[in-house]
Structures are given as C-alpha cells and as structure tokens.
Design a protein around this ligand. Structure first.
Ligand code: SAM
Length: 274
C-alpha cells in the first residue's frame, strides 16, 4: 500500500500525532456540540495512557503494528519501552524517519507479510486490527511474539450482523470469529475492557461538526452553482453523482447509535500460551 490519503488528510488537518478515536473519561459529561480540537487531542493522549495501563509488567520490547504517525510509539518510548514500528504506508514511514531519525526502527510492510528477525514481548494493534486479515494476522502474531508474550488489541469489533451490508458491518471484524482464530493459534484472552462509551464522544463531536459546518457549505455551493453555473453543476452531477451518493452513505459511520447497534470498541489482551 503506497499512501492512505484519508489517514494523511486526517493527520494534516487535526495535527495530532494520533489516528485513533481517543478516550473520554466521563463521556456523559462531554458537550459534543462544543468539542474543540485541543480536547480531541487530549482525549487521544488519554487513550494511549489508558491502553498502556494494560501492558503487563514483564514487557520490555514492543512492536507497534499499524503505527500511524507515531503518537503511540512516542508515548511508549517515554515510558521506557524499546519500540519498533510497522505499517505498509509510505507517508507514515517518512514521518517516522523525520521524527525519530532512526531511533525507532520502521518496518514498511503489511503485518500479514511481516517476516520477523526477532521476537517481541508484546505486539500492539491500536486501531489497526480491522485493517489486518484475521487468520494471516494471527499466523504472523505467532511468529512475532515470544512464548508467554502478548498481543494488545484495541479496536472496534462487530457484535451484530443483520445482513444489511451496512458500512459498519463492512469495516470491522466479527468478534466471535476473531476470538476463535486467536485460540486456534495459541492465544488466550486474559483481560478485556469495553471502551465503547469512552470513545463515542469523538463520533458525536465529528457528526456535530459535519452538520454545523460541512453540510451547510456543501448546500451553499450547490445552490450557488445551480444559480450561476447550472451547466457545470449538471456535468459534475453526472460525473460524480454516484460517488458522492456512496460517500454520503458512508457518513453513517459517524453516527454513534448506528455504531453501537453493530459494534463495540474493545481492548483485548491476549497471551501466547502454547
Ligand atoms: C487508524 S490507523 C491507527 C494508527 C495508530 N495505531 C494510532 O492508534 O494512532 C491504522 C493504521 O494501520 C495501518 N495499516 C493498514 N493496513 C495494515 C496492515 N495490513 N498491516 C499493518 N498495518 C496496517 C495504517 O497504515 C495505519 O497506520
């Protein structure tokens, strides 16, 4: 995979070193109509702090799989861990090279194709589980993690599939299937935490932002084009109409009620036991 432009756009616009949902300690107290970018980034910092509290005491070496643009790796380094990073993305490799000047070894590959030269105490998959094919991911985890070592997964998983083909269903792994295959490759679930409530203010805040700024801007531009350049608008609709329609359907991904209907945002700590 050369560059994931959606993740690149996100990192350049939010200007955060993280590409995950963040963690809100008191989700019921958050006014999602008024979330600021600073609060969003603070929630992202809290996410890795909370996630790192699941790392067992005998861990020294960590492979940060699907490392994004390095926020989690930096936090782990600051906590004294030896960290290496992995991602198939060229842009992220460049960001790591500039940020760490070789201090953090970067493996540019999909995890499924990774050929480890050594074994690590822990593999971290922070919001990267859903990108990695389940079976191949566990096969690689088995080679990559030492006996008794750990895989710490933090991501959303499907708990309900009504066969509707909803975007939420397409974009997540089925949690029962994930567990079954983990067991098949010798990984035992030793801790879990449901952080759905703690992550949903990010979706609600994003939805509020879209409704307040983006949709009215799109509507204004469309009305303006209709009045001033109707012919150009007609051509644009013909060229991009279907694609725009599909993208609008994808926006259900920022609806937290829809999210909860299909998914849970989980932390799972597995140990390689046999
Ligand atoms: C949503 S981002 C999460 C980034 C980071 N872990 C974080 O928490 O901020 C998903 C990451 O997984 C990476 N990724 C996508 N496909 C992958 C694969 N097959 N193997 C490993 N990483 C992958 C993406 O390039 C990106 O770095």
């Amino acid at each position: 995979m050369p560059i994931d432009h959606v993740l690149k756009l996100y990192s350049e616009s939010i200007r955060s070193p993280y590409l995950h949902y963040g963690f809100w300690d008191n989700p019921e107290a958050v006014n999602t109509d008024e979330i600021t970018l600073d609060e969003m980034v603070a929630a992202q910092e809290r996410y890795i702090e909370h996630l790192a509290s699941f790392i067992p005491e005998d861990v020294k070496t960590i492979l940060d799989v699907g490392a994004g643009i390095g926020g989690n790796s930096s936090y782990l380094l600051s906590r004294g861990y030896q960290v290496e990073a992995l991602s198939p993305d060229e842009y992220q490799e460049k960001v790591f090279a500039e940020k760490y000047n070789g201090e953090v070894k970067f493996h540019r590959t999909k995890f499924e194709s990774f050929e480890p030269e050594k074994q690590y105490d822990l593999v971290l998959e922070s919001e990267s589980v859903c990108y990695i094919q389940i079976e191949l991911g566990w096969i690689t985890a088995r080679k990559t993690i030492r006996d008794g070592g750990y895989l710490l997964a933090s991501d959303y998983f499907l708990h309900h599939n009504d066969g509707s083909g909803d975007w939420h269903i397409k974009a997540a792994h089925d949690e029962n299937n994930y567990m079954k295959i983990a067991e098949k490759y010798g990984f035992k679930l030793i801790r879990e935490y449901d952080q759905t409530d703690n992550t949903m203010p990010t979706l609600d805040g994003t939805k509020a932002f879209l409704e307040r700024f983006i949709y009215p801007t799109v509507e204004f531009s469309s009305n303006y084009m209709d009045k001033s350049h109707p012919f150009i608008l007609k051509i644009l609709k013909k060229a991009f109409g279907k694609k725009v329609g599909a993208k609008m359907k994808q926006l259900s991904l920022v609806d937290s009620d829809e999210f909860r209907k299909y998914k849970r945002y989980m932390i799972y700590l597995f140990q390689k036991v046999n």
